[in-house]
Structure formats: C-alpha cells, structure tokens
Write a protein that binds this ligand. Structure first.
Ligand SMILES: Nc1ncnc2c1ncn2[C@@H]1O[C@H](COP(=O)(O)OP(=O)(O)OP(=O)(O)O)[C@@H](O)[C@H]1O
Ligand SMILES: [Mg+2]
Length: 378
C-alpha cells in the first residue's frame, strides 16, 4: 500500500465534487489529484498522473457517459482500479473483470469514502502482484492426440477475442512449437529469460511475436538444454507472464515430470485432450486418479475430445463413463486443412475460419474464456 493513495475523481455534479473535496480535506491518507467533469479527458489524465485509483460517477453525463468510461478504462490496459459512485436507485455490482473494482452508493460519510478507497486499492494491488491472467495447460498423458495443434489454435482464437495471449512451448525437449512455426534456430527461448529480478522489459527480447497476434515463449533449441530449465525459474517467469497477459496457454509433452507438474499446479484450468481410442482412455483414467491424489478438484480439469467425429467404432458412452462425466469440449477432425496449416506454420482458425474444426476451436476458446473468467486486456 502506498503511503498516500493518489485519487482521481470524475464527477460532473459540482455539489458532489465539492462534497468529496470537503470530506478528503480533513484527512491525509488520500491525496486528491484532481476532479474532472469531462469523461473524454480521463484516459490521458490517468496516463499522465498515474493515480492509484479512479472514482467515476456512474451517472456522468456529456460525450462520455459514466459506465462507458469505466469500460474504456478497463480495456485501455492502464490497469488502474476504478470505484463507481452511484445512487441506490441505480445499483452497480462490483465486477473486476469488467473494470468495476469497488462501488460506493450515495449518501456516504467521509469514513466510508476513505475505507472504500483504501480497500479497493489494496485488493487491486494484491491481484496485481499475483497477476490477473488465467492460465490453461493443454495436457494429455498420451502422445500425438493433438495438444500442440490445439494449444496453438486455441491461443490464436483467444487472442482474436481481444485477450492478450501468451503461448508457452512446454515441450521443452523437442520444442513442438519451434518446429510448427519454423522459427530460426537462434530464436531465444525461456532459457534466455533472466532468473534474477526478471522484469517486463526482459520479455520483449525473448518472446516470439507470431504474425497471428500472440506472443510465444519458445522451448530451448536443443534436447539437452531442456534440463537447464528449473521449476523455480519457471515459476518466476510464469508469475511475470501472468501480470502482463490476460491469458497464458501452455503446450506440454505427454509426460509426468517436475516441470509438467509445475505447469499443472500453476494452472487455473487443465485442458486434457482425449480421443476415442482405448489406450488414450485408459491413460486418461490413470491420470484422473493421479490428479485426485495430488488433490486437484475435479473442476480444475476440463476434457476436450479431439477428432470427436471419429469414434473408430467406440461407443462415446464408454468415454463418458470412464471420465465420470461428459467431456466439456469437442473438436472435430480437420483432415487436410490441419496438415496443410501445420506444415505452413499458420493457425487453421485464421487460414480457414469457416471450416468446421475452426468453428469448433473458436467456440471452445469462448467456452474456456467464460469458464475461466479471463479479462480482455490489450
Ligand atoms: N482435430 C484434428 N484433425 C486432424 N488432424 C489433427 C487433429 N488434431 C491433431 N491432428 C494431427 O495429429 C498430429 C499430432 O498432433 P499434435 O502434434 O498436435 O499432437 P501432440 O499431442 O502435440 O503430440 P506430442 O505428444 O507428440 O506432443 C498432427 O499431425 C496434427 O496435424
Ligand atoms: Mg506436441
């Protein structure tokens, strides 16, 4: 918590502005930077003044209405918490994912005003330290089920929805995404991230900026270098990425080892890929037992059936029985489109958005965003 909280107020009713000034005059915990009545000036003022919190009247009139301004601040990437000032007849819910971090209803006392400002700033600082990104690890205990293909296309589809997305190539030994995207051998990898005092500016030098709009943290370029990635360094990098991005997606190899377990632990959601294939179903059940023993709640895992239209004669009910529930997501077979797009290193969701598989992946992206409550943050 900063010594003095720097507050910017957006209020066009002179009497209310005067009332707030008066309340804040008699205390020192909060420093009132300014009161502005024109909503269109606010984004610029926030960038210039860097307030710790902004108070916006929900009923603000003029060219920029109160709640439009709140939405605009949330989308701006300025990452300043907002308290919405309202009246009981016009209730507003606290909704941090849509930029409402606190609500204050009139009439309020000086004590309530200061309390709300302090509390909102504190909560927002705590979230900032932890990062607000959602993290999804695409995992399967069975190789070749489509993890890399799905992780890449899902990341792009999520990026297309306005969520700033980072994809991590967690297949550390073989760097599946390196191969898929045909990046030059010398392109930096997660081994190039500083392990000490890692900062946001370090990311720019290391991330691969894909033309599809997402950033990719590549795996080391050679098999033997994978061993140099430690769980401790990885956790540091993840916590930084979670502060910078709205969504972090991890592609993994089909193994259970320390690094993969670190990815799974850190994730909000494990997206486990299954297919209608008896050995895959068997490994998935073994894995479900392992997850239970680790103590993951069942809701942490979401199942995605890949190639859901090719059951290979297997009764889909068998899969539901094995999983103990119907899988949450389905993606059909994409045939030649998938092979062609993968060979060219482009996401099929952009190469042919109307194809069934692209629609399936785009729908799944939406379902995952809704399930994880990720925030659009560009
Ligand atoms: N829905 C699909 N339709 C058609 N082809 C697919 C589909 N999903 C994956 N494939 C193909 O299956 C092959 C394996 O996919 P991918 O490399 O994504 O699997 P993986 O699970 O990452 O494998 P690994 O365990 O080796 O990392 C690829 O050739 C890919 O093009
Ligand atoms: Mg792979």
């Amino acid at each position: 918590m900063p010594d003095q909280i720097r507050l910017l107020v957006v209020e066009d009713v002179p009497q209310v502005a005067q009332y707030i000034r008066g309340l804040l005059n008699s205390q020192t915990a909060i420093k009132l930077l300014d009161v502005v009545s024109d909503g269109t000036r606010v984004l610029n003022l926030v960038s210039e003044m860097r307030p710790d919190v902004v108070l916006v009247d929900a009923l603000l009139q003029g060219r920029m209405k109160g709640m439009s301004l709140v939405a605009q601040i949330a989308q701006s990437g300025l990452r300043v918490p907002v308290i919405v000032l309202t009246v009981p007849q016009h209730p507003v819910q606290v909704d941090p994912f849509n930029g409402v971090h606190g609500v204050l209803a009139m009439p309020f006392t000086g004590y309530e005003l200061v309390q709300r400002i302090q509390q909102t700033t504190q909560v927002s600082q705590d979230t900032d330290e932890r990062g607000t990104a959602r993290m999804i690890t695409v995992f399967a205990p069975k190789g070749g089920v489509g993890k890399t293909t799905l992780a890449f296309n899902l990341a792009v589809a999520i990026g297309q929805r306005g969520v700033r997305t980072c994809l991590i190539d967690g297949s550390l030994q073989f760097g599946d995404l390196r191969a898929l995207l045909k990046v030059p051998g010398e392109a930096p990898s997660l081994l190039d991230l500083p392990t000490d005092r890692i900062q946001e500016s370090d990311l720019a030098d290391v991330l691969w900026r894909d033309p599809s709009g997402i950033d990719i943290l590549l795996a080391p370029p050679r098999v033997e270098l994978a061993e140099m990635v430690t769980v401790r360094d990885l956790e540091k990098s993840l916590s930084l990425l979670r502060r910078v991005y709205g969504m972090v997606i991890v592609d993994t190899p089909a193994v259970v080892n320390d690094v993969n377990l670190a990815f799974l632990d850190e994730s909000d959601t494990i997206l486990e890929v299954v297919t209608y294939d008896s050995t895959t179903i068997h490994s998935t059940m073994v894995m479900a037992d392992a997850f239970r023993m680790i103590g993951y709640p069942p809701t942490k895992v979401r199942y995605l059936v890949n190639r859901s239209d090719s059951t290979g004669g297997l009764d889909p009910e068998l899969l539901n029985k094995a999983l103990g529930r119907a899988p949450e997501h389905q993606v059909s077979s994409g045939g030649a489109l998938v092979v062609r797009a993968n060979n060219e290193g482009i996401p099929f969701v952009l190469a042919d958005p109307s194809a069934q598989i692209s629609q399936d992946v785009t729908r799944t992206a939406g379902e995952l965003l809704a399930a994880t409550g990720a925030v659009a943050r560009r």
